[in-house]
Structures are given as structure tokens and as C-alpha cells.
Write a protein that binds this ligand. Sequence first.
Ligand code: FES
Length: 574
Amino acid sequence: MKCRIKIHLDGRTETVHCESGAVLLEVLYQNGYNIYGPCGGRGSCGKCLVKIIGAQSDSKLRLACRTEVTGDLELELIPQQELKILAEDRGQDFRVDPYIKLETIYLAPPQIDDQRDYLSRINSMLGTRTAVPSALRSLSALEQQTDLSVVTAGDKIIDICSAKTPPPAYGIAVDIGTTTLVMYLIDLVSGEEVGVYACANPQSRFGGDVITRIDHAINQPHGTAKLADALVNALNTGISQLCDQHSLTREQIYHAVLVGNTVMLHTLLGVNPGSIAHAPYVPFFTDALELAAKDLNLAMNPDGIVELLPAVSSYVGADIIADLLVTDFNCDGWKLLVDIGTNGEIVLGNKDQIFACSAAAGPAFEGARIAFGMSGMPGAVASYRITNQNQIEYETIGGREPVGICGSGLVDIIAALYTNGWLTPTGAFENREELVEYREQPAYQIIPNYDIFLTQRDVREYQLAAGAVAAGIRILIQESGIELADVDRVYLAGGFGNYINPESAAALGLIPKELLARVEKIGNGAGAGAKRWLLDRSAKAEALELKRRIKYIELSARADFQEYFTDAMFFPDY
Ligand code: FES
């Protein structure tokens, strides 16, 4: 039996259809609705709420992943499709010496006293060694022409055309985040960034963090293939939109450089990431890979090149190597880089030594397991403070009415409560009569007249997440044999790092307060590193050397981790 679902969202109404027995969340996903469900439909995160309305309904909120459609339905969705995505970086200029080169040559007509074949003569001019079949076919069609444009990838010719109509040569740099996907369209001749495409990572429907994605890959039929398809389809949508916007054909995209954490890159290639989730946490690959675009079914030039940056380990991925390519870990002085998401990746190093670790922060910073937590969607409280006059000041994403709390808001709220005497250094609420009860927990109403609460359990979730990151920082400091004062600069990378208020993070000990004055946000450093790799061939050797120099510290194997972790859960004096 077919069921009809009438959906109200943001003043618009749409009707979709599905078979009786379908799961409502799946139906919404299939029809393009972006529902936040970080547990991947397991019914445990409580975030995929929809309001069922209509005559036979009690107008209660229901979990879409636990609602079976057995008849016609009418429902209201919370507007949440405009995920705030970090595409900006520090705008560094990179050297333009790309792997893909567009060369113009004069190929003299063959002579009876020089019977070398056409390809050999081009190879001797350009230093290339081989050519793809499609380039040879083009060459044969241009037999009478002497002025040629040749596109090369290293020692391989991948395209040839008349110099009268040289092809534009473009590349895309891609940052595949667990939550978001950002693609930059780059002119490989001028080095100019000409377009950006950003969207939510479509794998989010299978789970909000890498652990639930791995679980999906292991336990669901064709789980890994579905994860791969979701990513490849999103990449192809991005390429197609960028091409349309800039009047390019897909054949003019010759190079794609992709970065992401190790789980993202495994699933992109359809490689089951299951081994990453259990001890000894060994991934199937971490080296840089060079692939043909057609092997990945990417909608670019089929003879174009796709490269994946190298990773360090299961939990310190190619995105972190990309961050390092745009910071100065090759210079004098100690640098600390922190990229906080569901894992906190931490790197400490100088030009001689680099140490890295990954702290299992869990999904609290992404809004999961927090009563009113949400990702960076419109209406999320993203900054918050209590003034000296005891007034509350806050900002929401998009300036919308507050509906929940995202990661940066969570840190601000807890810091404001701690520094204003609502919380003890152990994270327990002080016994104040203004507190209310929410879900059987002492809770603080963060904004008068809005039913948004921070519960005692939320503070504990924060402490677990932040404690893991702070412990990781301390262990790397200890491992390197330096003092905090020796660290010249602290780079905060990634979306959360970019939006977090460093003062709040330092007040709670997430960042050592001794380093507060040395904090620099680098925005989407992973995307910037991918851009640099695309434009500057020397970046590859540098990345491989960084990978070789990094000593990975497995925190779970450290006997002292628990001690550091317990200690780091306490808020410092302020
Ligand atoms: S409870 Fe439905 S997606 Fe998590």
C-alpha cells in the first residue's frame, strides 16, 4: 500500500510517497531532507525528532528513525538543512608548480630523415615517457597540425589538442570531513581559486561519527559500498555544479586531490574500515595514493589523476598531514596543532621531531549526547556569556531563534557557568535555587523563556570529551620533553577549532591557559593543504617527509593516560 506524507518545513509544504512499512527517517533521506541523526538511525541519540500533526495525532515529537509509516501522515520538520560549513582558510598564496601541466609545443612535420614516431618526438621535447590511449587518438586526429597543447601528469601525457583551442586545465581540492564536504575549484595555470562547493557529508545519514560509520560498514548489508556511493555521488554533484557555474566541461578537470580522516578515505575507495575500530587499530592503507579518475567513477576527465594524501595512522588522518602542509612545522620552535571533532587530533613538533596522537573525544562537541545538542545548524547557540551585570548575551547560527546548543556554544556556556560560580572545579552544579530539573537531572536554563537546558549529565559529557583532548596535549608535552612555555604557537584547525572561543576553552583547561596568547585559528587547514598539494608539486615530498618524521603515540597503550585524563577533567583555577 502506498502512503502519502505531507511535510511542512520553513513555511513550505511538500507531499512525498512511500510504501507502507517504510521507516520515516529513510523516507525523508530518500527525498532529500537533511535530518540530523548522529546515531545513524539506531534510536539512541534522540535527535531525529519530527512533529506528527493532523487530526489523528497527539502532535507529539517522535523519533523519525523509530517511526514506521503505516498510513498517510502529516508532519512538521525543524529547519536544519543549512549546515554551517567552514570553507575559509588563511588565504595563503601557494607556489604554482602543479603536477598537471599544460604545455604548448611546435611539432615539426615528420621528415624522411627523422622517422621517429610522433609520440617519441613529443616525449623528447617534454621529458614525458608515455601517453594514455585517448591522447594518442587525439594526436592522430591532429596529424596535420604542428602547434599542439599537451596536458601532462608527471611523465604521462593525458590529453592533446590543437594549440589554437588549448583546454582550460582545472583541478579540485577536496576536504572530506566526517560532517561536511568542501570542494575548491582551482585554475591549474594561474593558481587562482575560482569556485567553492560545500555540502553536508551524505554519509551522515548512516551515522554522525566515524565509529557509527564503521559500524554501518561492518554490520549492514553492502554497508561499505553504500558509504562509498554516498561520497562519490556527492563529489560528482559538486563537480557538476562547479563546472556548470564556471562553464567548464568535466573533461577540463584533470586533477583531484582529496584529504580526509582515515575512515573517510577508506570508505571513499570502498575499503571496509572495520579494522580501524578494534585493537590494534591498523588501517588497510596510510600511504599517498595516485589513482585514475575512472577507477573512482569521478565525473571528471576519465584520464585525470586522483590523489589521496598520506595519513599517519587510523586516527591521525590525511587531513592532519594537510593541516601540517600549511603551518610551519618545518621551522624552528615548537608548534602545537589541535583539531577537535569526535576525535581530537593533536600534533606537537618542530623541524626535528613531531609527535602526534588522537584523543577519543566522543561526539559531545558535535552536539550528540548533549540534551539540547545539535550540529552547526541555524538556531544553534554558538556563543554565550554572562556579563558582569549578570546579563546573558548569546548568538545563534544564522541569527535564528535559539533551538539548541552546538559545540562552541557548549564550551562557552560551561565556561560562563564555571567562571560565574554555578559550577565547582569538579564540574558539579553548585546548589542554587535557580536550577531546574530536566530529565531527572539538575539543569540550567540557558536563556530565559526558552526551553533549552544544560544538564549535569551534559557537563559530564563535556568533561569526558575535553579531558581526553587535554590529556592528549599533556602527554605529547611530556613525550617531547619540553615545557608548555616552549610552545611558540597553537594552531586550532577544523570547524570546531575555528568557532570555539579560545578564552572559554582556556578557562576550562581544554587548551592550557599558559598558551592562550599564542592561539591562531587556521580555518579549514585540511582544505588549504589539499589546495597546496594541487598547486605545488613540492608539497608531496614535504608531506611524505612529515609522515616519516611523525611519531604516533597510541594513548590507549599509555599506562599514565588514565591519570592524565582524570586530572584533566577538573576545571583549572581562574
Ligand atoms: S535517534 Fe534517530 S537518528 Fe538517532
